[in-house]
Design a protein around this ligand. Structure first.
Ligand SMILES: Cc1cc2nc3c(=O)[nH]c(=O)nc-3n(C[C@H](O)[C@H](O)[C@H](O)COP(=O)(O)OP(=O)(O)OC[C@H]3O[C@@H](n4cnc5c(N)ncnc54)[C@H](O)[C@@H]3O)c2cc1C
Length: 292
């Protein structure tokens, strides 16, 4: 059997600022890659992917482990899933913290980072991504020429084709107190497995309980997590009654084109999607009632 394990030891670079990291990535070109937690990169050979010759580690960029809470929650790119699960960012942030807390298992959560979860291509099952989509997260990106911001939906749409010399440095989630959110996932057997489907919901509720705005995101159903806009439209202007919730779940299943995989066929992902949406919305209903 042929092996794609490279016998040459890769070079790891240790920049101390985001701009230096971006410059290095630009100089080294396509045979280089950002190294964050390494939990995905270290299994490259199992996926039969070629190891890079150069890795640009972000481990000396201490600013990328900072958290800011308040009107917005700002997350450094190098925060681990465990770090994020422990953040009390209010009800708008719950879906992100919940996704981080149920992903993988403790050893991986303690090492795997926020930016690794977002940037990994060909990884439909990523748990943080649908939560961040629902939360309307914005990414801060650094290149050799400076910093810019991009919403996560646009980043995902272009993820396979991002410029060399770019890294994610920060993620911002707006956290108004009228916004409530939740995350749900289903696995074949138990925790520690990739999700067959995962869902983030984020709901703006008016004082009378009417949905002012909704974002519903489905992960692991299609090759890349997506917003379910028809499902969200079913909720807007309505109260979170069971019939409304059911209509939203049915709309989500109708608007997705599910992928077949070894873990589950596409039809099964569509079958469980409305249930996950229902569970998430029922939790939103309960937490919003408790906070009034
Ligand atoms: C046993 C196991 C179980 C897992 N279970 C789950 C699970 O249940 N749910 C889940 O969501 N994930 C799971 N993962 C997958 C994944 O490893 C993690 O989600 C993780 O978030 C990846 O982050 P990392 O920091 O380890 O990424 P790395 O391996 O360091 O990098 C992954 C990719 O992202 C790029 N990258 C990283 N940071 C940046 C940045 N700042 N800017 C630009 N590009 C960047 C890297 O260059 C690389 O291409 C699992 C992994 C393992 C090994």
């Amino acid at each position: 059997m042929s092996t794609i394990l490279n016998n040459t030891r890769p070079i790891v670079h240790w920049p101390t600022s985001p701009r230096d990291a971006a410059r290095l990535l630009a100089e080294l070109g396509t045979d280089s890659e950002v190294l964050a937690g390494g939990t995905w990169i270290l299994r490259a050979h199992l996926r039969r992917e070629q190891q890079r010759s150069n890795y640009v580690s972000l481990h000396h960029l201490t600013g990328l482990r900072e958290v800011g809470t308040g009107k917005d929650v700002t997350l450094g790119a190098m925060l681990t899933h465990s770090d994020i699960a422990a953040i009390n960012g209010g009800t708008a942030f719950s879906c992100v913290a919940e996704a981080a807390g149920v992903s993988a298992f403790p050893q991986v959560r303690n090492t795997a980072t926020l930016s690794g979860n977002i940037a990994t291509t060909a990884f439909a099952e990523a748990d943080l991504v649908p939560a961040l989509l629902a939360a309307d997260a914005e990414l801060e990106l650094c290149t050799p020429t400076g910093f810019s911001r991009l919403d996560i939906q646009s980043y995902l749409a272009s993820r396979g084709n991002r410029p060399t010399g770019e890294l994610i440095t920060r993620v911002t989630v707006r956290a108004p107190s009228t916004r409530h959110s939740a995350f749900e996932r289903i696995t074949v057997r138990a925790a520690g497995e990739y999700a067959i489907a995962n869902v983030g919901v984020s709901i703006d509720l008016d004082e009378d309980g009417t949905v002012g705005g909704a974002r519903i995101a489905a992960g692991s159903v299609e090759p890349v997590a997506r917003l379910c806009e028809a499902a969200a439209a079913e909720l807007t202007g309505q109260s979170l009654h069971d019939t409304v919730i059911d209509r939203a779940g049915a709309a989500a299943a109708a608007e997705c084109t599910a992928r077949d995989g070894l873990d589950a066929p596409g039809w099964y992902r569509l079958e469980v999607l409305p249930t996950l949406i229902r569970r998430a919305l029922k939790r939103v209903e309960r937490t919003s009632a408790a906070s009034t």
